[in-house]
Ligand binder design. Structure first.
Ligand code: GLN
Length: 282
């Protein structure tokens, strides 16, 4: 197919993406990615001719998108808390509802130089949002995956965040061994069951890391261990904030026994129970 100018190609790309909820936005983003240009440049170039090389690059991206690749992996980035994070298939794509975790943590009356731990940091979105909002906090971001930590460390550099360190750990194993304690533990851990996984949309199942999503047969396995471990890694009156999935709140709250105060469930902006907060008793 021959295109008079970029505008024609843009319209044809959007037509091909018509199953997507925002075909014109996606078409523009893919073109910007293929051309390596910003939004303003895109609009200035609409009357410009299209080269073979550019067309080839776009075709490859569009082919991947139509075969189910998540847009964020094709663009290599995703926005969270108004910050742009580099992402790749080694890390989960940040979801907007996870911002509620950041909000809850920021609302607590913490000392100015509080130590916070983000468990299973992935691309570093939660940890970096917190570190950026509170430059005096000391934030530790951990993950079992070294590859994920590499992405998170790159994101720290990208955003010029200095008050963060990265540690490889299976949940809290490293911190227990080192006897480290924090004012806050925050986590969006894997919380899907094997059954949830098999029912997932192929756009997620086919591309995002299973290890970041699936906890085990019931989906609660990681919570159970993380909550148990947290008691020894939280300072007295320290806080925990956890994201969880649909229908898990009743079971989850039973993991918070007499050693915990005020376990509370919070709804996200779509009205679904999404975040549990609690405080370690003294
Ligand atoms: N902390 C990251 C996020 O919330 C990754 C979470 C994960 O890998 N389970 O998006």
């Amino acid at each position: 197919m021959k295109f008079e100018n970029l505008n024609e190609l843009f319209r044809e790309t959007a037509r091909q993406l018509s199953i997507s909820p925002c075909p014109f936005i996606e078409a523009r983003l893919l073109i910007q990615q293929a051309w390596e240009m910003e939004e303003t440049e895109f609009f200035c170039q609409l009357n410009s001719p299209v080269s073979e090389k550019q067309l080839k690059k776009l075709k490859s991206l569009l082919g991947k998108r139509l075969s189910g690749w998540p847009l964020a992996y094709l663009l290599g980035k995703k926005e969270f808390w108004n910050l742009e994070f580099e992402v790749n298939p080694q890390v989960l794509i940040p979801r907007p509802e996870t911002e509620l975790l950041v909000e809850k943590v920021l609302a607590w009356p913490l000392p100015g130089n509080a130590c916070l731990l983000d468990v299973g940091t992935g691309c570093g979105n939660i940890a970096l949002a917190l570190a950026k909002e509170r430059p005096r906090f000391r934030v530790v971001a951990s993950d079992i995956s070294r590859r994920a930590l590499r992405v998170a460390a790159k994101n720290a550099i990208k955003h010029g965040v200095k008050n963060i360190t990265f540690i490889q750990s299976n949940l809290l194993d490293y911190f227990l061994k080192e006897k480290k304690q924090f004012e806050v533990i925050v986590s969006n851990p894997p919380y899907l069951s094997e059954k949830d996984w098999s029912g997932l949309d192929s756009q997620i199942k086919g591309f995002e890391p299973r290890r970041a999503l699936v906890a085990g047969p019931t989906g609660l396995e990681i919570f159970e261990k993380l909550i148990r471990q947290s008691l020894n890694c939280l300072k007295t009156s320290g806080y925990i904030a956890l994201e969880f999935g649909p229908g898990q709140e009743k079971k989850l709250i039973t993991f918070f026994g007499k050693d915990w105060l005020e376990p509370e469930i919070h709804k996200d902006y779509s009205g679904y129970p999404r975040v549990l907060t609690a405080k370690r008793a003294s």
